[in-house]
Design a protein around this ligand. Sequence first.
Ligand code: TTP
Ligand code: MG
Length: 393
Amino acid sequence: VFKRKTKTALHQESLFKPIARDLKNDPKRIIAHLDMDAFFASAEERERPYLSGRPIVVGSDPSGGKGRGVVSTANYLARSYGIRSALPISKAWQLSQEAKRAGKPEAVFVGCNFFLYEKISSRIVEITQEMLQEFKADLRRPLIEIAGIDEFYLDLSFLGDYKKAERFGEKLQQRIKKQEKLTASIGLGPNKLIAKIASDFQKPNGLTVISPEKVDDFLKDLPISKIHGIGPKTNLIFKTQKVNTVGEAGRLPMDFYQKGFGKFGEDLYWRLKGIDSRPLERPTKAKSIGCHETLMEDTFELGKLLPKLEAMAVEIVGRMRRDGFKVFERGVLTVRFSDFVTKTRSKTFSQPISSKLELEKWATKILLTFLDKRENKTGQSIRLIGLRIEKMK
Ligand code: TTP
Ligand code: MG
C-alpha cells in the first residue's frame, strides 16, 4: 500500500514502521461515553415545570431580536426550528418568530445558570461512581474521565463482556432518570473514539453498542466529519479526493495522510479505521481557567455587571473543582471599553483562594476601579468582561 520513498532514512522509518501497520484495538477494552441530552435546556426544563413541553433556548438575552450573544443550547423541540448551539441569539429569535407565524409555539429564551449545571454535573458523576462501586470495580484505577460539563468516558473493561456493559449502561440511564429527572445517551465501543460517536448516534436517551466486530460496518457510511479532529479544513482536503464517508477515507493509503496532514496524519489514518489507543485521562492540569462575555449593551451599571461577574466566578470555580484542583493563587480580570481599549489587571494572592465568593469579591474590587477615574479617565462604558484564574493547585 505504501509508496516507496527515497528521502531521509528517518522519513522512511516512519513510513514503514512495522508496528503501525497492524495496530489493533485492545480486545479486552470496553469504553463507554455518556453525554447528557440537550443538557442546559433539559436542566432548565426540569427546574421550571411550566416550561415542560415547550421549545426552550438557553443563551444570552435575545432582546426582541436585537441581542448580541449566542445560543448555548436548545432543546429538541427548538432544534426542530433550526435553532442550535453557537447560533447568534438574534437569528434564534427570528427562527422562533417564523415558527410562531407558522402557528407553532414560540420558543422560551432562558439565561445560563452555570451553578445549576455544575451541581447536576457533579451529581451525575457521583451516581456513576456509586454504580461502579456496586459493580465491584477496582476504584484505585481511574475509571472515569470527565471530558466536559455534560460528558464523560468510563472504562468498563472490568465487566468482561459487552452484554454486561450494556446492562450497566441501561441501569445508569435509569438511575440518572430517576434521581435527576434527566436523560443521557450512552455509547459503548472498543475505544474513546467509537464510544463518543456511538453516544451521539441515537440521541436523545439512546444506548448504542458497537462491539469490535461491528466497528467497520458502523463507520463505513458515516460522514468523515464525525471523526473527532476533522474540521472544515481537513474536510476540504478530502473533498478534493471526492471522499465523503469514513469507509472511503479508510481506503486511502497512509502515504496520503502523512503527506497531507503531517504528524496528525498517521493518527487520522488509524482513527478512520476505528483504531484508537488513547487512555482515559486523569483530570487535566490546565494552566488557567477563565471565561469572558460581551455584554448585551455597553454599560456602567453595577446592577448589570455584578451578576455577570458572579456567574463567571461560579463557572470558573466549578470547572476548577471538576478538573481536580482545590485552590488557585492568581486572578486576572479583563475589561474592554466601548472604544475597544482593553485592560487587564492581575493579582497573586498572599493566601490561596478556594471559594467562588472570594474570587467574586476580588474581581468586584478591581471592576470598580475600571468604572471611575482610577482606570477610566474618559468615562467609557464597558463592552466585555473576562475573568480567569491561574496557579491552581
Ligand atoms: P453538548 O453535549 O454538545 O450539547 P447538548 O447537551 O445541549 O445537546 P446534545 O443532546 O446534542 O448532547 O453540550 C453540552 C452543553 O454545553 C450544552 O447543553 C450547552 C453547552 N454548550 C455551549 O454553551 N455552547 C456550545 O456551543 C455547545 C456545543 C455547548
Ligand atoms: Mg450533551
